[in-house]
Design a binder for this molecule. Structure first.
Ligand code: WQD
Length: 340
């Protein structure tokens, strides 16, 4: 089986991608430093796929630790690089933590891959690189703008490092710009685990619905959008995971080296208020909320033009907004019952 290194493979998108890699007949080599995800996620993945996965605990800021894995598994045909700190507000209060971790781990990986002759890399990027776009419906030609946070800047700088390194001719890389991944595996065994109060909208909605949170704060309804609340492009984490399989295949199949970027979103925009109402319709549970002041760094509106993902990868999202919210809700309930 073709072996693929998955960094941050016990994280939210990483774990769902590991499952889809196995479903597609690949052998993932999962590395994670367990700083953001508990080792328990490994057993959860194994419960879904019905077999053991290869895992190594690796601190990617230590290049020797990466070298050891690439030496142990010389047949690795490519890497998917998820490992990164990703909390926008934490990055504002601890920027060095973010620059050091997110950029050094990426550079260590690139150097180690070059030394081991591995040319294919899928990089986890984010729509945050578009900043506040002129036109909210962005395709990949939309200008990359000054980042709204150190986290966003590490994604932007990561892309630039990849682009410049690829230009030396040794790499074949795809940077996937995720919009807003939400939802969970239909089994409810893996999903978006939270460590304390949720930062993101959908986990906050599900925790409010289950009674863990008293009510949702809507950060501003005075934006220039159809109902005043911010507009985003929500995409099921399983659709995102499947796009990574197609990306790996695309790179492994292609002879020439190069660098490209691809948007991964549903192609549709939904406002915060629309998400609340969609959740209520999907679950028949009402979500108490109140309007709070705007959150620093929020972009008023952004959603993806996904034509390129369809053209280059043959990828089209399959899950509906109702699927996303229902799977997120089922995962929240399973967590409570501890059945998941
Ligand atoms: C969505 C909307 C909030 C919580 C972030 C990262 C991005 C990507 C996805 C990694 C905003 C509003 C939220 C709440 C609210 N991450 N909101 N009340 O900020 O669009 O994107 O996650 O790749 O890089 O920046 O996602 O879910 O935090 O917010 O009103 O309790 O929901 O203001 O308008 P965001 P989010």
């Amino acid at each position: 089986m073709t072996q693929i290194l998955v960094t941050g493979g016990l994280g939210y998108i990483g774990s769902h991608t590991v499952v889809e890699l196995i479903n597609a007949g690949y052998e993932p080599i999962v590395i994670d430093n367990l700083s953001e995800s508990p080792i328990e996620v490994k057993a959860r993945i194994e419960k879904i796929v019905g077999r053991e996965i290869i895992f190594r605990q690796v601190e990617m800021c230590d290049k020797a630790a990466i070298d050891a894995v690439l030496t142990e598994f010389p047949k690795i045909a490519g890497s998917i690089h998820f490992a990164a700190f990703l909390l926008v507000n934490e990055s504002v209060t601890a920027p060095l933590k973010y620059y050091y971790n997110n950029l050094l781990s990426t550079m260590n990986l690139l150097r180690s891959m070059e030394e081991h002759g591995i040319r294919n890399l899928v990089y986890s990027s984010s729509c945050t690189v578009y900043g506040t776009p002129e036109n909210p419906h962005v395709d990949e030609s939309a200008p990359v703008q000054p980042a709204e946070s150190p986290y966003g800047n590490t994604k932007k700088m990561g892309e630039e490092i990849l682009r410049d390194f690829t230009a030396t001719g040794v790499m074949n890389t795809l940077s996937l710009r995720y919009f807003n991944p939400i939802g969970a595996h239909p089994s409810s065994i893996i999903g978006e685990f939270q460590d304390g109060e949720p930062h993101h909208l959908v986990p906050y909605i599900t925790e409010t619905a289950i009674g863990k949170r008293k009510e949702l704060k809507v950060f501003g309804t005075d934006y220039n959008t159809r109902d005043g609340s911010c507009l985003r492009d929500y995409i099921h984490v399983i659709d995102i995971a499947k796009a990574h399989i197609l990306s790996v295949q695309h790179l492994v199949d292609s002879e020439e080296n190069g660098y490209d970027v691809i948007n991964l979103g549903s192609g549709n925009g939904s406002t915060v208020l629309e998400m609340i109402h969609a959740f209520e319709r999907a679950t028949n549970i009402s979500i108490p909320y109140h309007v709070a002041p705007r959150r620093a760094g929020d972009v008023p509106a952004v959603y993806a033009n996904i034509g390129k993902a369809q053209r280059v990868l043959g990828w089209t999202p399959e899950k509906t907004l109702e699927d996303m919210l229902r799977d997120a809700w089922n995962f929240e309930q399973a967590l409570l019952k501890n059945l998941s």
